[in-house]
Design a protein around this ligand. Structure first.
Ligand SMILES: [Zn+2]
Ligand SMILES: [Zn+2]
Length: 392
C-alpha cells in the first residue's frame, strides 16, 4: 500500500474541465479527493505548479519497446517492457501480437497471462499494467501485410479465435482483421460481443468496411497504414473511418506513418471522442539506432524510423508523450480537448471506465505529470510515484 500524499497546483484535466491550482489526494493507490483550492495540511506534497496532470496513458497497440517484444514470450521481458513504459507516461496497455506461426502466437499469449498473474503479486514494483491483448493477425489480408509476415497469414474461423482466446485466458480485447476474407463475416458475427474487431491490414472497399460495422466491427487499426486509401470514387477503409460515426480509429502520430495534415483531417473528421493515440512501437523504442527484429523479421532503425529491408515501415519507436506532443502541433487543438485520446477513449472502449481513464475520485491513481513541452516528469502507477529524471 502506498501512503497518502497530495499533488498540488498545476492543471488537473478532468471529465468536467480543467482545475487550476487545486489539489488531488492519492490514498491506497486510488484518487481519494480532487479539490478546487490549494492544499494546506500535514501530508507530503508533490509540487506540480505550472504542470499538466493527466490520467496515465493507455496504449492499445504496442508490440514492444526498451529491448523487448511481446512475441519473445518472455515473462522477464514483459516485466522490463512494463517498467520501461512508465517513462513515457503509459500506465496500462494491450500487449500486441504479430502474424507468426500459430504455435508462436499461442506461446506469446500464454506468456502474457503468466506475467499478468505474476504482476498481481508484486504491486510494490511499479510497472505499466497489461489490460489484455491486441491480436494483430494472423487473420489479415496477404495484400496488405505491412511488416507482418505473409507466410503466416490465415483465414479466420470462430474455432481458431476461441483457441487463441483460451491460451490468452480471455485476455484478447481487440483483434485486427480483414473483413473481406473468407470466414471473416461469420467470425465477426459470432464474437463481436466479446472482442473488439478492428479493421486493418485489409483491401476492403468502403462498402465492405461499412457492412463490417453493421455486423459489429468497431475500430480501424492504424488509420492510413495497410488498408485501402481514400480516393474520390473509391473512398476505401479510410473514407469509411472518416464518415461512419460508429467506427473509431487508432492513429500513429509520429509524423512518419501519416502526414501531419492527414492527422489533422482525421481529427477534424472524428473529433476527440472517436480517436485513439497509439504507438504501434517495436522493441527498439528507447534504444539506439541499429538492427533489430520485429516478429521474426529484420528491421533497421534509423532516426525516428523503423523499416524492413524492403523499405516497408516496421512499427514505430514512438512514445505516447511524443505522439501527444505531435498531435497538439498537427491539429492546433488544446490539451483540454486532446487528453481523452490518450486514456479516456481507450478505457471506454475496453469497458474499464469505472476504474481507469480519467482523474475522478475513487478511480485508480494512474497519473502522468507533464511539463509544457509534454515531457513526462512523473508517472504514478496505482499510487506509486516514479520520477523520470531523464526527461526533466
Ligand atoms: Zn499493423
Ligand atoms: Zn502493429
Amino acid at each position: 500500500m502506498t501512503k497518502m500524499y497530495v499533488i498540488q497546483g498545476g492543471r488537473i484535466y478532468t471529465e468536467d474541465g480543467v482545475i487550476q491550482n487545486g489539489h488531488l489526494i492519492v490514498k491506497d493507490g486510488r484518487i481519494h479527493q480532487i479539490k478546487h483550492f490549494p492544499y494546506q495540511g500535514p501530508l507530503d506534497v508533490i509540487d506540480a505548479s505550472d504542470q499538466h496532470i493527466l490520467p496515465g496513458f493507455i496504449d492499445i497497440h504496442i508490440h514492444g519497446g526498451y529491448g523487448h517484444d511481446v512475441m519473445d514470450a518472455s515473462v522477464e521481458g514483459f516485466a522490463a517492457l512494463s517498467k520501461g513504459l512508465l517513462s513515457e507516461g503509459t500506465t496500462s496497455y494491450l500487449a500486441t501480437t504479430m502474424t507468426q506461426s500459430e504455435e508462436a502466437i499461442h506461446t506469446a499469449l500464454k506468456a502474457v497471462t503468466t506475467y499478468a498473474e505474476q504482476a498481481k503479486t508484486t504491486p510494490d514494483k511499479p510497472a505499466a499494467e497489461i489490460l489484455g491483448v491486441h491480436l494483430e493477425g494472423p487473420f489479415i489480408s496477404e495484400h496488405k501485410v505491412g511488416a507482418q509476415n505473409p507466410a503466416f497469414v490465415q483465414r479466420p474461423s470462430v474455432q481458431q479465435v476461441k483457441e487463441f482466446q483460451q491460451s490468452a485466458n480471455g485476455m484478447i480485447k481487440i483483434m485486427t482483421y480483414a473483413p473481406e476474407v473468407e470466414g471473416a463475416q461469420e467470425t465477426l458475427k459470432a464474437l463481436s460481443n466479446e472482442i473488439i474487431f478492428s479493421i486493418g491490414h485489409t483491401v476492403a472497399t468502403y462498402e465492405q468496411a461499412n457492412e463490417a460495422v453493421d455486423n459489429g466491427a468497431k475500430h480501424v487499426t492504424h488509420l492510413y497504414n495497410a488498408a485501402t486509401a481514400f480516393a474520390h470514387r473509391e473512398p476505401g477503409v479510410f473514407g469509411a473511418a472518416w464518415t461512419n460515426p460508429f467506427l473509431h480509429t487508432e492513429l500513429i502520430v509520429d509524423g512518419i506513418h501519416a502526414h501531419p495534415a492527414a492527422v489533422d483531417v482525421a481529427y477534424r473528421m472524428k473529433g476527440n471522442h472517436a480517436f485513439y493515440l497509439i504507438t504501434d512501437a517495436m522493441r527498439a523504442k528507447g534504444l539506439q539506432d541499429g538492427e533489430y527484429d520485429l516478429g521474426g523479421q529484420n528491421v533497421i532503425v534509423k532516426g525516428k524510423e523503423a523499416r524492413l529491408a524492403s523499405g516497408a515501415l516496421a512499427g514505430s519507436i514512438l512514445k505516447m508523450n511524443d505522439g501527444l506532443r505531435n498531435l497538439l502541433k498537427y491539429t492546433n487543438a488544446s490539451l483540454e480537448d486532446l487528453w481523452r485520446v490518450t486514456s479516456y477513449n481507450q478505457a471506454k472502449a475496453l469497458n474499464i471506465l469505472s476504474h481507469k481513464g480519467s482523474l475522478t475520485e475513487g478511480k485508480d491513481a494512474d497519473i502522468v505529470i507533464l511539463n509544457d513541452n509534454i515531457d513526462v516528469l512523473t508517472t504514478i502507477k496505482s499510487g506509486y510515484v516514479v520520477n523520470n529524471i531523464d526527461n526533466k
